[in-house]
Design a protein around this ligand. Structure first.
Ligand code: SAM
Length: 236
């Protein structure tokens, strides 16, 4: 099977693979479980100054990435017969969910477009069918860090990347709940002991305790998850 394939369109190709070249994702990259290439958007500028941006129509602050330049870069990176989803990093996009991450991992890979400046010309978003994706309700200076977050979330779920022990099934969002708290040695630390049930050896009691804790944390911090089956991919 061909490796899961990420193509990243950016004005800063040297940022990749960056942190994704280390640790779990770095080892997976080295062993060919995923592959990544970058496309420098500036390489598709048509004038001798290599201009990629221009002033916003209608006035206002900042600059906007030109539709013609970005479209040429997308067409070169992902021709019509490329079935990979094309994601545009954008604070006004749909928030990325664990469900969407699992869908992306099940496919052949992704094409990620990193915005800069005030954003990109709307016509290229519409014309090239870009899915706008946000990694949170805050504004980054560019889409590269957002693209790395998307990739990191996907790569760890590629079969073979995590050991069999850590399948990720118990983690936050996977069952509609945040994860329960963890403890390890020492048994007593700064006067606080590990909850007794976790050292009792009673597996059913441990499972009950963990579920109760997960429910408590979710109610406190993310009550929206308890009603949002779509975000979590929960089916029951
Ligand atoms: N003017 C835009 C707005 O208010 O929505 C913000 C542009 S931001 C300075 C530049 C680029 O960073 C965006 O085009 C996008 O690619 C990326 N970006 C910023 N925040 C992001 C977020 N929360 N999620 C995903 N991408 C983001």
């Amino acid at each position: 099977m061909p490796a899961w394939h990420a193509s990243i369109l950016t004005l800063y190709p040297d940022m990749f693979p960056g942190p994704l070249g280390l640790s779990l994702s770095g080892r997976a990259l080295e062993s060919g479980l995923w592959q990544c290439d970058t496309v420098n958007i500036r390489g598709f500028a048509a004038d001798r100054h290599r201009t990629v941006d221009d002033t916003p129509a209608g006035g206002g602050a900042g600059m906007v990435l030109r539709a013609d330049v970005l479209a040429s870069a997308i067409d070169a990176a992902a021709p019509d017969n490329d079935t990979r989803p094309r994601l545009m990093m954008s604070p006004r996009g749909r928030p990325l969910t664990q469900r969407r991450v699992r869908e992306l991992v099940a496919g052949p890979g992704v094409v990620l477009v990193c915005g800069r400046f005030e954003g990109v010309d709307q016509r290229v978003i519409d014309g090239r069918g870009l899915e706008e994706v946000s990694i949170g309700d805050y504004v980054l200076s560019g889409g590269e860090v957002a693209a790395m977050a998307v990739l990191d979330a996907c790569i760890r779920l590629i079969p073979g990347v995590m050991g069999t022990q850590a399948s990720g099934e118990d983690e936050s969002f996977e069952n509609g709940l945040l994860e329960y708290p963890h403890y390890t040695r020492p048994a007593l630390w700064e006067g606080t002991a590990i909850p007794e049930v976790l050292t009792s050896g009673d597996h059913a009691a441990v499972a009950r305790w963990r579920h109760d804790q997960a429910l408590r944390l979710t109610r406190e911090r993310r009550p929206d998850l308890l009603t949002d089956d779509d975000a979590t991919g929960r089916t029951s």
